[in-house]
Design a binder for this molecule. Structure first.
Ligand code: DX5
Ligand code: ZN
Length: 222
């Protein structure tokens, strides 16, 4: 099980310090929410943040592109040090070439599904991906309430993975705290993006370890 603190919830005036904090907290992944102000009604930060933070840490850069034209950004993120790049299934028939592009750059491939989007939209791509990101809020802002109606999507994703002998990770993102992380783990999620619930704590390490213990305990038997 992996907990991935989301940089979106960090203090934007002190990214280097905040990544230090994530590192000290023992996180293995850092989730980078890239927003273009078009696919979502917000703008966060771009590839330059990956470039300047990369030399500071070996931590896995899990890069979530909430962007309408990710094709113009993928190469730059890959060059600057993203380890995984996730694009949204809502981009329709443009998705497959994007997934192959990410793979051709030697990066892990992620596919994200928004709450209103049926999980069946992701089914054609399951063999091409390393990670399926089931959004548990409508993307654009941190600190939103968890959408419980997304839980059956995790169950479906876990069933497909089991039945078809696939190995993609099931990631959840949005409103993930100690309680909702347990619900998602029970439903089959194994990778947990959390911003507010972790960055809002004085002791991020203790909070991360507590969330890790909660999801490990809630994990369904194989
Ligand atoms: C939504 C963002 C958020 C962020 C984490 O577009 O992707 O989900 O990562 O948000 P909170 O603060 O709810 O953990
Ligand atoms: Zn995200």
């Amino acid at each position: 099980m992996i907990i991935a603190p989301s940089l979106l919830a960090a203090n934007f005036s002190r990214f280097a310090h905040e990544v230090e904090r994530v590192q000290r907290a023992g996180a293995e992944w850092l989730h980078l929410d890239i927003m273009d102000g078009h696919f979502v009604p917000n703008i966060s930060f771009g590839p330059e943040v990956v470039r300047v933070l990369r030399p500071q840490t070996k931590i896995f850069f899990d890069t979530h592109l909430m962007c309408s034209k990710p094709e113009v950004l993928i190469e730059t993120f890959a060059k600057f040090g993203s380890d995984q790049i996730t694009v949204h299934v809502e981009l329709g028939e443009r998705v497959l070439p994007l997934l192959w592009k990410i793979k051709s750059l030697g990066k892990k491939v992620g596919l994200a599904v928004n709450p209103p989007t049926a999980i069946s939209q992701a089914e054609p791509y399951l063999k091409q991906i390393d990670l399926l990101l089931i959004m548990t809020v409508n993307p654009g802002f941190g600190g939103q309430p968890f959408i419980a109606e997304t839980l059956p999507k995790m169950q479906q994703a876990a069933a497909w993975r089991r039945e078809r002998g696939l190995e993609y990770r099931i990631e959840v993102d949005g409103g993930i705290n100690f309680a909702t992380a347990a619900d998602c783990a029970r439903a089959g999620a194994d990778t947990f993006v959390s911003g507010t619930a972790l960055f809002g704590k004085k002791q991020m390490g203790a909070a991360l370890r507590k969330m890790q213990a909660i999801v490990e305990a809630a994990k369904p038997a194989e």
